[in-house]
Ligand binder design. Structure first.
Ligand SMILES: NC(=O)c1ccc[n+]([C@@H]2O[C@H](COP(=O)([O-])OP(=O)(O)OC[C@H]3O[C@@H](n4cnc5c(N)ncnc54)[C@H](OP(=O)(O)O)[C@@H]3O)[C@@H](O)[C@H]2O)c1
Length: 326
């Protein structure tokens, strides 16, 4: 089930466990639940864990250490340096902090979390190269790098990954970034693969989706107080997609998570599909996703159903529309 991750020598499962929600990104969270969620993800066979210093200010990394520190040699860890820390000396310091939080002496994949044009990218990549030469990280990469940023990064270094928002409700990377990653042999790690729970089969209507999660470019900024962008969104088109997904669930007998994750696994350049959970029971629910593969006819139906929303949202890859990507 494990495959070599891009050009690295890391062997990883197709499902990556996302550690953000366990640190409280989605509201009140018991530590015992977060730890059980991590352990159960490992127990069902996931060996790849994605975290970041930004998730709970290091708390997410500490939780990973608490839950699976004794399994270090059996797991692959990716972490990220926050965009305000991309100056070279700050990257080195941030990496040392993350190593301490994680209770390890190496990080398998270390990423720049978001681009920061106040710091020359060559300087940031230089620091990543140094960390790799010093054995503190095994590979490095980027996250949220759009069509221009990824060109700059590819010209400068040995980029092992681009972590990007990608799911049936957000196919913006397909216009320009995904083809570039595919051509360069850079695997994509998809995030928000279940659209923060919308694709976990709990909602019949977009109106029922929690307001603090309804902040992406699909939602109308005038309706939802949490929204940071100024776009009118595409809620009617999104609802049509949700309705069609429920119809496909009914016709195939598959769960919505299986459809969502099976579709992502089939897409070009995808090297890992990140999914986050909040407790042990949800983590056990990921077992079926490790092996899921969809028939071509189902894949085509999902692609067709999500095409109108893809066209409506266009090529802006910043899911929250905060103007951080290019
Ligand atoms: N690079 C970046 O900028 C970036 C940004 C965002 C995320 N990420 C990464 O991607 C990871 C995942 O993305 P995400 O946190 O946005 O969300 P996600 O994986 O799309 O959705 C997570 C939510 O799905 C629901 N869920 C998952 N498994 C379930 C199950 N078996 N049964 C029922 N519900 C289930 C839970 O919802 P409830 O909470 O309602 O229970 C959970 O909180 C993060 O942890 C992080 O590692 C990276």
């Amino acid at each position: 089930m494990k495959k070599r991750f891009g050009k690295t020598d890391l062997m990883t499962t197709p499902i990556v466990y996302g550690c953000m929600g366990g640190a409280g990104a989605f509201g009140a969270q018991e530590e015992t639940d977060s730890i059980e969620a991590l352990r159960e993800a490992f127990n069902i066979g996931i060996n790849f864990f994605d975290t970041a210093e930004a998730y709970g200010g290091g708390y997410s990394e500490q939780l990973l250490n608490k839950a699976l520190g004794d399994k270090r040699s059996e797991i692959v860890i990716s972490s990220k340096v926050a965009r305000e820390n991309l100056a070279p000396d700050r990257i080195i310091e941030a990496c040392e902090r993350s190593l301490k939080n994680l209770g390890t002496d190496y990080i398998d994949i270390y990423m720049l979390h978001w681009p920061n044009r106040d710091v020359p990218l060559a300087d940031s990549i230089g620091a990543l190269k140094k960390l790799k030469d010093d054995g503190k990280i095994r590979a490095y990469g980027v996250s949220n790098f759009g069509k221009e940023d990824i060109d700059d990064a590819l010209a400068l270094g040995d980029i092992s990954v681009n972590q990007l928002p990608y799911h049936l409700f957000y196919r913006t990377i397909e216009f320009e970034v995904q083809p570039k990653c595919e051509k360069a042999g850079v695997p994509i790690m998809c995030y928000s693969s279940l659209m923060q729970g919308l694709l976990a089969g709990k909602y019949k209507s977009l109106q029922d989706f929690p307001v603090d999660r309804a902040r992406t470019r699909m939602f109308d900024h005038r309706k939802w107080p949490e929204v940071a962008h100024n776009e009118e969104g595409a809620e009617a088109t999104g609802q049509e997609l949700l309705d069609e997904l429920w119809a496909i669930v009914g016709d195939t007998g598959m769960s919505m998570e299986e459809l969502a994750i099976g579709w992502l696994k089939s897409r070009p350049a995808v090297g890992g599909v990140i999914v986050g959970t909040r407790n042990g029971e949800q983590s056990r629910g990921l077992k079926k996703l490790l092996d899921v593969e969809l028939d071509t006819s189902v894949l085509e139906r999902l692609t067709k159903a999500s095409d109108p929303l893809k066209q409506a949202l266009g090529s802006n890859i910043d899911m929250w529309g905060k103007g951080r990507t290019r």
